[in-house]
Design a protein around this ligand. Structure first.
Ligand SMILES: CC(=O)N[C@H]1[C@@H](OP(=O)(O)OP(=O)(O)OC[C@H]2O[C@@H](n3ccc(=O)[nH]c3=O)[C@H](O)[C@@H]2O)O[C@H](CO)[C@@H](O)[C@@H]1O
Length: 359
């Protein structure tokens, strides 16, 4: 039986691309397995998919800052490489698909030592650290943005576009309203702080809440530990994270305020949802979300509010401005030609697997 192993984790953004691809491989009769970390979000998300065994391995973080964990983590990475090497030797996949995140580095090295081809996917304009380390060991790199080729070995690069789960358009606004218990006709504003939440956005939304609920019903995805149980209002719903049911919540939303994580913004784009993006700052990240947000802004798909300028007042102004101009954004988004990415990526991966098997 043809076997593919997926890897990637740490944040939902590093798993959702895999979740979009896995059904295609299962439908085509492949055996699909996943290598992730012991404690990352990927464990929970992948365990919910039937027929996909999950193998946890040790993993360490590659930090840009000083932390006592920096002493321990290289040992964890070495342990992870050994575990991944043994696992891949035993399971003998014909290809590995890596979405990135720290757990993917030991897997890519384990695959390379076993001479199993690796296909990488990069969601952002500039590659993340885990992918930068992994790319020399990979057969090919799929990119979401065409600009990414400028940062990589062009021979390995394939611009495929965003890989989005196929069910993203299947949501029902009525089910979303029932899920949230919304009963009136006010427009729905979705606040999404990225899969890991966003403390500053959460705080500012709550400062602006009494004014925002006058005009909107609000769904707030706050991230782990972000729910404030002291706030209760019939037009305000808070959740740490929604897995099942997110498509319905997206279908019901009229406007979205979000971080500029690549997967989320391409999902909003595919649904033509007017969006206000608040990218992570350069201090909080490598600046990838700023580039994502600018690219969308230049295409006329979104408005951007930089965190440094965000107060309750500027946030309310920006949301109102977006609401007034929502039709312009929806029109710009619906005019673009959306690529059918999944079949292209499927061909690329199966092509690499075939070449390896034919050797
Ligand atoms: C802090 C950090 O490192 N962020 C990075 C991380 O983003 P992060 O994982 O936060 O965000 P993304 O937007 O890329 O992906 C989030 C995914 O989670 C889903 N979702 C989110 C909330 C929820 O309640 N339910 C749910 O299903 C979204 O629909 C989306 O598919 O990876 C992205 C892609 O490499 C990068 O662009 C981000 O810069």
């Amino acid at each position: 039986m043809k076997r593919i192993m997926f890897t990637g984790g740490g944040s939902a953004g590093h798993v959702t691309v895999n979740i979009a691809l896995i059904p295609r491989f299962l439908e085509e009769g492949w055996s699909v397995e996943y290598i992730g970390s012991h404690e990352g979000i990927e464990r929970e998300l992948i365990s919910a998919i039937p027929n996909v065994p999950y193998y946890p391995i040790a993993t360490g973080k590659f930090r840009r800052y000083i932390d006592w964990q920096n002493v321990k983590d290289p040992f964890k990475v070495v342990k992870g490489v050994l575990q991944a090497y043994r696992l891949i030797r035993k399971r003998r996949p014909s290809v590995i698909f890596s979405k990135g995140g720290f757990v993917s580095v030991p897997v890519v090295l384990g695959a390379w030592l076993n001479k199993v081809p690796v296909i990488i996917h990069e969601s952002d304009i500039t590659p993340g650290l885990a992918n930068r380390i992994s790319i020399p060991f990979a057969a090919a790199v799929c990119t979401t943005f065409p600009e990414t080729a400028a940062h990589l070995n062009r021979d390995k690069c394939h611009h495929v576009g965003a890989i989005i789960r196929e069910d993203i358009r299947s949501g029902s606004a009525a089910k979303g309203k029932a899920f949230c218990g919304f009963t009136n006709e006010k427009p729905v504003l979705l606040i999404m702080g990225g899969s890991l939440g966003a403390r500053k956005i959460n705080k500012t939304i709550r400062q602006a809440l009494s004014r925002l609920v006058e005009r909107f019903q609000i769904v707030h995805l706050c991230g782990k530990g972000g729910v404030d149980t002291g706030i209760s209002h019939p037009d305000y719903r808070q959740y740490e994270y929604i897995n099942e049911g997110l498509t319905d919540v997206l279908a019901m939303s009229d406007l979205i305020v979000s971080r500029a994580g690549s997967n989320s913004i391409f999902e909003f784009l595919s649904l033509n949802k007017p969006m206000l993006l608040i990218p992570l700052t350069k201090e909080q990240s490598r600046g990838d979300q700023i580039l994502n947000a600018r690219s969308f802004e230049n295409s006329g798909f979104c408005e951007v509010l930089y965190e440094e300028q965000m107060t309750a007042d500027t946030l309310i102004d920006a949301i109102q401005h977006l609401f007034h101009n929502r039709k312009r954004y929806t029109a710009a988004m619906s005019e673009r030609e959306a690529a059918d990415t999944l079949p292209v990526v499927y061909e690329l991966i199966t092509g690499a697997a075939k070449q390896w098997n034919d050797k």
